[in-house]
Design a protein around this ligand. Structure first.
Ligand code: SAM
Length: 251
């Protein structure tokens, strides 16, 4: 069995696994940023994954940068942009220290990349890097899974069976370390045999107070927050308290 760095195999099958997330992202983005987007000319998609959002915004004529730590995600995002003939500049970098060639009007960080930071203290590093990446008056938009989500939704087991892979997702919550964790056991066809691979991920959470304090320390103001259930597409499975969407402005 091979152990993989987080977001290596997930990256390869990300679009197949998370198709619905893109619809959710789009819906929430339009709801929160609807009035702001017409005045935005340049955007950075931070923790861009395979670049779906970056491509959508590039398609609307926005100048796009996309940043991700996973080389596989970056390769796939570049590939998708090239195939679509869209000018997205993909930068393989850590969100705690990334730099853009020029400041942008908006930094977007969708579908909880911030929960993946290894240490709670990393949040201020990201906030400062985002602040540096923005024009004065620019916006930082992101969503986060709450503690409740990590404690109640992560402890579970799911089985995915597709043509190109099988995967067992088993998760839990470590109270002492205040982290949610996910073990992904992949089974991939290789010639006539199925090979097993392992990926492990951990997520941290912050209170609303910690988020507000950290963003203020980094120089943001006008912070607004929405419960996920208010901005995601209406669904009988959508309950309040599991994720939060934030919008902050650099002044
Ligand atoms: C759940 S995915 C979200 C991807 C995309 N934003 C979307 O909406 O589908 C989280 C992404 O964050 C990236 N990521 C995790 N830690 C990161 C870091 N420190 N710096 C940059 N990207 C990171 C992962 O590689 C992954 O692509």
């Amino acid at each position: 069995m091979q152990s993989q760095r987080p977001y290596t195999l997930v990256a390869r099958f990300y679009d197949e696994l998370h198709g619905d997330a893109q619809r959710m992202n789009r819906f929430a983005r339009n709801k929160v940023l609807g009035k702001i987007l017409p005045s935005v000319h340049s955007v950075c998609d931070l923790g861009c994954g395979t670049g779906t959002t970056a491509l959508e915004l590039a398609h609307r004529g926005l100048k796009m940068y996309a940043v991700d730590l996973s080389p596989t995600m970056c390769r796939l995002a570049r590939q998708k942009a090239r195939r679509a003939g869209l000018p997205v500049r993909v930068i393989c970098s850590d969100m705690r220290a990334f730099r853009l060639p020029e400041p942008v009007d908006l930094v977007i960080c969708e579908f909880n990349p911030l929960n993946h930071l290894p240490r709670r203290a990393d949040l201020i590093r990201v906030a400062r890097s985002v602040w540096r990446a923005l024009q004065p008056g620019g916006y930082f938009y992101f969503d986060l899974n709450t503690r409740r989500s990590l404690q109640e939704l992560y402890p579970s087991t799911h089985w995915f069976e597709k043509r190109s892979f099988c995967m067992v997702l088993h998760g839990g919550y470590d109270r002492r370390r205040r982290k949610g964790w996910l073990n992904l056991e992949w089974f991939l066809p290789t010639g006539r045999v199925w090979r097993r691979h392992h990926e492990h991920m951990e997520d941290v959470w912050w209170t609303d107070q910690e988020i507000r304090r950290t963003l203020r320390r980094a120089g943001f103001s006008h912070l607004r927050a929405w419960d996920g259930a208010k901005v995601r597409p209406p669904s009988p499975h959508s309950h309040p308290g599991y994720d939060t969407y934030y919008l902050a402005q650099k002044f």
